[in-house]
Design a protein around this ligand. Structure first.
Ligand SMILES: [Zn+2]
Length: 256
């Protein structure tokens, strides 16, 4: 599942291809969008900005119109040269934006909607997002406020996945962040100090920012159930956590 670093990287690539470039054509091949008339509504408008917030991506056009997307488990953004072969079938394309030099394609997009800029600020789901883990000035105080307002019997691993506490962290980075900070993901919030909670985000941010730049670091625990810990050799444990039963990975020695 794409996490915040993947979306930030996509926003940069899509922005590079679209911002300030004349749009030649917009297509919405998916029948679900056939009546939305996006090609007509967006025709002739330039793209002002492309930005990410958590796992959400926004393409902001002139004239107060913004395309909002969320990839959920399956979606993907692609940026291609004209005529270059797409990495997924054209039948899975939901949105194609063409310039003279690029084709920007969203595949398998379960959330793709055109909204006004002001609605992107007031939309209930978007307004409920916690601070963006990758934002330039990550708001630690707000993160702690939200964490302390949450159910204090919740494990930190589970709470980190809740986009209302912090936006952009998914299952892999949750596991890696807890490992880096030496925090057991099962520790209840009430047993976790503010400094310990912040230790996780302070470990996570540089790792995710490096990943958004295309540098993939070591996976210490994620998807390594039963394998020896790369630091101490203890077998990595894995178990479903939280209401959604997302698998959590941890080293019982390094994160004791
Ligand atoms: Zn270990």
């Amino acid at each position: 599942m794409p996490e915040g670093d993947t979306i930030l990287s996509a926003a940069r690539r899509v922005g590079h291809a679209l911002v300030g470039k004349p749009i030649v054509e917009i297509e919405t091949p998916q029948p679900r969008h056939a009546l939305d008339r996006w090609p007509e509504r967006l025709g002739g408008r330039a793209v002002r900005a492309v930005d990410a917030r958590g796992k959400h991506l926004f393409i902001r056009f002139e004239g107060d119109l913004t395309l909002h997307s969320h990839l959920r488990m399956t979606g993907q953004w692609g940026v291609y040269r004209p005529g270059e072969r797409w990495r997924r079938s054209p039948r899975r394309a939901w949105l194609v934006i063409r310039t003279e030099q690029h084709e920007v394609v969203e595949f398998d997009g379960p959330v793709l909607e055109l909204m006004t800029d002001s609605r992107t600020r007031f939309d209930r789901r978007l307004a409920a997002l916690g601070p963006d883990v990758l934002a330039g000035g990550f708001d630690e105080r707000r993160f702690l406020e939200l964490l302390r307002a949450d159910d204090q019997t919740r494990g930190i691993g589970d709470a980190l996945l809740d986009q209302r506490n912090i936006a952009g962290v998914g299952n892999m980075w949750k596991a890696e962040g807890c490992f880096s900070a030496g925090i057991d993901p099962w520790r209840r919030l009430r047993d976790l100090s503010d400094d310990e909670a912040l230790a996780v985000t302070r470990e996570l941010r540089p790792l995710m920012l490096e990943s958004a730049e295309g540098r993939r670091g070591t996976r210490w625990v994620y998807d390594r159930a039963g394998l020896p810990c790369r630091r101490c050799g203890t077998p990595i444990r894995a178990r479903g956590q939280g209401d959604d039963n997302r698998t959590t990975y941890w080293c019982p020695a390094c994160q004791a």
